[in-house]
Write a protein that binds this ligand. Structure first.
Ligand code: GDP
Ligand code: GDP
Length: 438
């Protein structure tokens, strides 16, 4: 379940981390360690009434300073804002509005996000309101007088904030893993589906969607729920109306888009065809996790090297999803079919994994130490300043550099390879965004 995020924005020392602690206080006991979610920005779980959300302290926002990292700090705040539903702009009631506050206010005006203005350090009941009133001039609506230390005023602040947060739908749907089974006709998709259904408990089968066309089947396996996307499409019998070229690629594309992870089914006898490549290309493009399932393995004559050779051949032809795990199965005999869901689970958790900024930068530093970025013809050297993971599904990273062009394509590919090698992410595509200095 993805909770809405509230970003806390403000100059250093206005009391942002005190406020975060205050808002998250009652949650402390049930905040548990979610492995893989640690990163530089700390997200804390909060609730108010029956609404749950997360707050994130964006770090002190400054517009004038002599640090070289200033644009990066701002970039960080921007990234935090981008994934947030609303922001609390925190100011210091004891100092009154400062030029720094005005700049942040102007900057926030340009962002399309609801902002609630909170004036902190207003402990004194009579002075607090006067202190808060000075901040009307920021043009961000009513200033709410609060004291993060005492907790006063935070109720009114949260009342003002909550209407801006989206209501999270039923958590049940989002805990299921959506699986698309795609492949050419006759590779064994419906046989695989039947093998799954035979082996697992179909809890609701089938579930009709809005149209008769979109029928999914939901199965349960070891306490987890899997939704097999568009089982009607998988089951549909080959039709004489369609020529041999037709294999429902648009239907497959739709299923890929609706899925978390795709089972790309290949016929062991035919090997990888151009149609398989088209599907693989789309899977990578859509950023979906993937498991390559080589079916009809019972029909292949084997010796000790067969699997290795075969795997290499498939990988060569499907190089754009070479991060996928591959499994050799027989839907007919059931050989290794139960293992498919284990690979699905792995791929899904990698698809959602977060790596802390500290680790990303360790990997970058290490990569740079082995190979310094190239120098272009004008003698200017490429520079990597810093990197951070900005999202999941698929894991995506922003890498801040002086000029992406100066690094050159080969070097950028080298960095991507290093990230893969050091951080894993087996089963999922990853994305790198190269950000140059403006
Ligand atoms: P941040 O840099 O914005 O995260 O600010 P901190 O939360 O670290 O707070 C900066 C200073 O302001 C600390 O000395 C806090 O004790 C103080 N502070 C924070 N909230 C309040 C408050 O509500 N009232 C008063 N009087 N001081 C506060
Ligand atoms: P779909 O068009 O991809 O759904 O493929 P089907 O599941 O209808 O299978 C096509 C044909 O391949 C059928 O005759 C199946 O019996 C056969 N088949 C499917 N899986 C296997 C397998 O693992 N081994 C063998 N030998 N035949 C299979």
């Amino acid at each position: 379940m993805k909770l809405p995020i509230v970003a806390i924005i403000g100059r250093p020392n206005v009391g942002k981390s005190t406020l975060v602690n205050r808002l998250a206080k009652r949650q402390e006991s049930i905040v548990f360690d979610q492995p893989g979610i640690t990163r530089d920005r700390t997200y804390r779980h909060c609730y108010w009434g029956d609404r749950d959300f997360q707050v994130v302290d964006t770090g002190g926002l400054l517009f004038h300073d002599d640090t070289e990292f200033l644009p990066l700090i701002r970039e960080q705040a921007l990234l935090a804002l981008r994934e947030s539903s609303a922001a609390i702009f925190l100011v210091d009631g004891q100092t009154g509005p400062t030029p720094g506050d005005l700049e942040i206010a102007q900057w926030l005006h340009q962002q399309s996000i609801p902002v609630v203005l909170a004036v902190n350090k207003c402990e004194s009941p009579d002075q607090g309101l006067i202190q808060a009133a000075q901040f009307w001039e920021l043009g961000l609506g009513e200033p709410y007088a609060i004291s993060s230390i005492h907790g006063s005023g935070t109720g009114d602040l949260l009342d003002a904030l909550i209407p801006h947060l989206p209501v999270v739908e039923d958590s049940e749907e989002s805990t299921e893993t959506k699986i698309a089974i795609v492949g050419r006709p006759n590779v064994g998709k419906s046989s695989l589906l039947n093998a799954f259904l035979g082996e697992n408990r179909a809890i609701v089968s089938p579930i009709s969607g809005t149209t008769r066309d979109a029928i999914d089947t939901v199965v349960e396996h070891e306490g987890k729920t899997y939704r097999l996307v568009d089982t009607a499409g998988i089951r549909r019998k080959k039709n004489v109306e369609y020529g041999p070229e037709f294999f429902g690629i648009n239907r497959a594309f739709k299923a890929i888009r609706r899925s978390d992870v795709v089972l790309l089914v290949i016929d062991a006898l035919d090997g990888v065809t151009e149609q398989d490549q088209k599907l693989a290309d789309r899977i990578a493009e859509e950023g979906r996790a993937c498991v390559i399932v080589v079916n009809k393995w019972d029909r292949v004559e084997k010796d000790t090297y067969t699997i290795l050779h075969y795997e290499q051949q498939v990988r060569d032809r499907l190089y754009f999803i070479d991060w996928s795990e591959m499994i050799f199965v027989s839907a007919l005999t059931g050989q290794r079919v139960p293992k498919i869901l284990k690979l699905v689970d792995n791929a899904v958790s990698e698809h959602q994994r977060r790596v802390s900024t500290a680790i990303v930068n360790e990997v970058l530093q290490e990569a740079i130490s082995w190979h310094t970025p190239p120098t272009n013809r004008q003698g200017k050297q490429g520079k990597i300043y810093y990197g951070t993971q900005v999202s999941i599904q698929p894991p995506s990273f922003s890498i801040f550099v002086n000029d992406p062009k100066r690094l050159g394509e080969n070097y950028r590919r080298y960095i991507e390879k290093q990230i893969r090698q050091q951080l894993g992410f087996t089963g999922t595509p990853i994305r790198l965004f190269w950000r140059g200095k403006k």
